[in-house]
Design a protein around this ligand. Sequence first.
Ligand SMILES: [Zn+2]
Length: 498
Amino acid sequence: MARKRQTILLLSDRPALLGEHLDILYPGRVRKLNITSEKFSLRLLREFKHVITMVCSHENLSRLNYKSVTAYAAGGGQVMSCLFEYASNRGLQFSKTHVGDRVSPAMIIEVENDITRGYSVGDRVGWFGTVSGAADNLYSNQMLQRQVTGVNETEEVSILATSNINGGTVMLEEKVGKGRIVALDLLSPNRPFYNSPGGTNKFLFLGNLVNGAVRYGRHYPKRLSYDEFVEAMKALADEHSALSIQPEGPCSDGRDMWSLNIGDESNPTVYLGAAVHGWEWENSYGLLRLAEVLSGNPKIEGMNTSRLHFKIMPVQNPWGFDHFTRQNARGVDLNRNFDSGWNKLKDDQDVPLPWDFSYKGSRPASERETQVIQGIIDRLAPRCVIDFHTADYVLLHPYKGNLERIESIQQAIRRRLKNRYICQRPYGGPYQQVNMDRVYESKGPQPFLIDYAARRGVPMAFLIEMSGNRDDVHGLVMDTDTVVEICLAAIKECLRPD
Ligand SMILES: [Zn+2]
């Protein structure tokens, strides 16, 4: 195989520190240069599309020839620089702030542009790491953020984000000739593990600079209760004439389940659901975002989505969504309650009881939520059903259906998500690109939503496990972006002739 062209140059006194993760995000594309042992010229810089600088030790500051970096930008180069060397070379005050655990350092977005894509002005993005010198401690009670102060905004210099700690600049953009330098500290934030409010989005702004990583995702500033989420659905439907909201019947706590609907019911249906395990809540926001994207742009990516009917149920388990549980209000795991292979599902508990991890209920479809969803599938006979979960990046096949077309959707998802996000798998495990490389084959009918759909003749029913189960909204740009991409891959396949 031909070697990929290296397009990104990392200049650092500890290149392995950042390089390890850049190699996961942009495999084969990163040249790592150690400024303490290797010299670099402007000519070398010009061989690359992007240059990243990270000086870790003040002793090595002079080894980074910032005149060359600036000249590279002036010629059209795209630079991301950590704050220390940027501030030192621009005569700005560099500031390093340690705080205790009552204050979570964040950046407040001040400008919406291609670098901050996914966020709105005023959004807070957690941006901090472990107190300096400490091991990479996941549950630190001391946090560190770097800023620069005394920045004067000019024609060339815009402050993209400020600190909630001291109002200092956390991210800025300086236009230099035909190119630019984005100054942002990549040294402070911890590695991007899944539940790290300070580091989950560490590579998002860099991704926006390198390849426009955020395409459809957006940040939702607050984690909503189910009632608030339904209000958000109603508000969205009020905004878009193409979008309607419908009650689908009561769930196990008596409140209504609600769906968002686009298009004519006589068209082939795409059913999209999330949070049937209530604590797997992030994808609900992804489906809310999808409804917004589709109703605002029915010709998205050149597709004629008006040939389809969409029924979107972002929260399939309202009680579990509110109480951060897997089960519904009666302690039943809804995704073990569907009328498909229910009798055969072994329960290895001594005495099966509600609130067991995967308690399947007293009989097939004993639960109201299950009945509502089965009713929708029976009535609309969808062409495609996606059930969104969170745990790990994997696609589950149904026990029957058109596996070829499902595989074709998976390949499209892989192409779409390539080289855009990096995150640690939930509950530990390796750092990896956020993508859909793995599949679980079916071992026969299970009482799963997708297997009920398959049993009722849905050709493309599959389950998606994305990353999630976070304790706050800090990963949502990435989550919502990937959910929308996955849905668009499936929609494209649904519009392809048989
Ligand atoms: Zn699940």
